[in-house]
Design a protein around this ligand. Sequence first.
Ligand code: NAD
Length: 358
Amino acid sequence: MTEKRIRVALIGVGNCASSLVQGLTYYYNGAGNAPAPGVMHEEIGGYRIDSIDICAAFDVHAGKVGRDVSEAILVEPNNTMNFAKVAHIGVNVQRGVTLDGLGRHLSKQFSESSEPSVDIAEELKRARADVVVSYLPVGSQQASEFYAEEAMKAGCAYVNCIPVFLASNAKWRKKFETAKLPIIGDDIKSQVGATIVHRVLASLFKDRGVHLNRTYQLNFGGNTDFLNMLDRERLKSKKISKTQSVNSQLAEPLSSNDIHIGPSDFVPWLEDRKFAHIRMEGTGFGGSPISIDMKLEVWDSPNAAGVVVDAVRCAKLALDRGFGGALVGPSSYFMKSPPQQFIEYEARSRLESFIRGE
Ligand SMILES: NC(=O)c1ccc[n+]([C@@H]2O[C@H](COP(=O)([O-])OP(=O)(O)OC[C@H]3O[C@@H](n4cnc5c(N)ncnc54)[C@H](O)[C@@H]3O)[C@@H](O)[C@H]2O)c1
């Protein structure tokens, strides 16, 4: 185990939190190193994956509140892959503040805890949390703003995994700058997920002089994220986030008629698997037509956790360096909606420069 530690607080103990927590056991003591399968960076600024400790967790689900995090991650409707048996952590999930966290679909899936909410900022301070990771459901605008404020009161860095615009919103960026605290956001871009594959294909068309005329990305899965997104009102920010992520790779963004990206349906038997169908239609040399049809199959939550373990370590590195505000390089590589978009290789190079402290 490494000396330098990172104390992480989780907002929402759903599938993504489960994969992150399982990963801390799976990669404990550098297990699977050299090269570690599934890992982008073995070490970041002296921090390894097993430098991360879960010190606090908040949820509103009656079956999760009051339970040790190692047990809460297994409570239904969580349905991601179990790839590690997590030992008792000694951290109980505490009652968070619901606000707009539960939409009409999620609220039918489980009972909301009848316990009173705790004082989030006080609990973060008590837990000596360094980094807060938000895994709230899509559409949690008020809850996201609330937890971000509580994190700042407690002096924590913030990793915003959800498509509510904080790091990419000038007003919220300023708040983190003023508080001299780092934020990485918004909306995690999975390791090899639909977004990065689609971005790379869009970039390929542009680099090779093929004009992209039309494209779609249709995604479906069987986790609560997909169930929640059946509510089209809650889905708006996700669609914006995913569409601008792909459009940013083109010389000229496609008109809304020619690009369609979004979660499309909920298929319960897929559980936490996600299928993405991407079609690209373009014009090549001499006006000749070119098209690509592809399908990606992934486990959604481990795919995100592989990126969050890096985002958390970068957030702690920025905290160590006394940096306040949005981390542009790391956000551009880790997130779909960063404050500034770059093509992937430039985002990667900015991330590496940040890690080296340049
Ligand atoms: N590959 C991915 O899985 C991926 C990629 C990008 C973004 N995301 C985003 O990450 C977020 C989390 O995804 P997930 O699959 O873990 O979702 P999930 O539905 O499995 O978990 C969400 C958890 O938040 C809890 N919650 C709801 N309101 C709350 C509140 N006010 N306070 C505290 N907890 C609350 C729920 O009870 C649930 O346990 C979603 O917004 C999703 O879109 C996921």
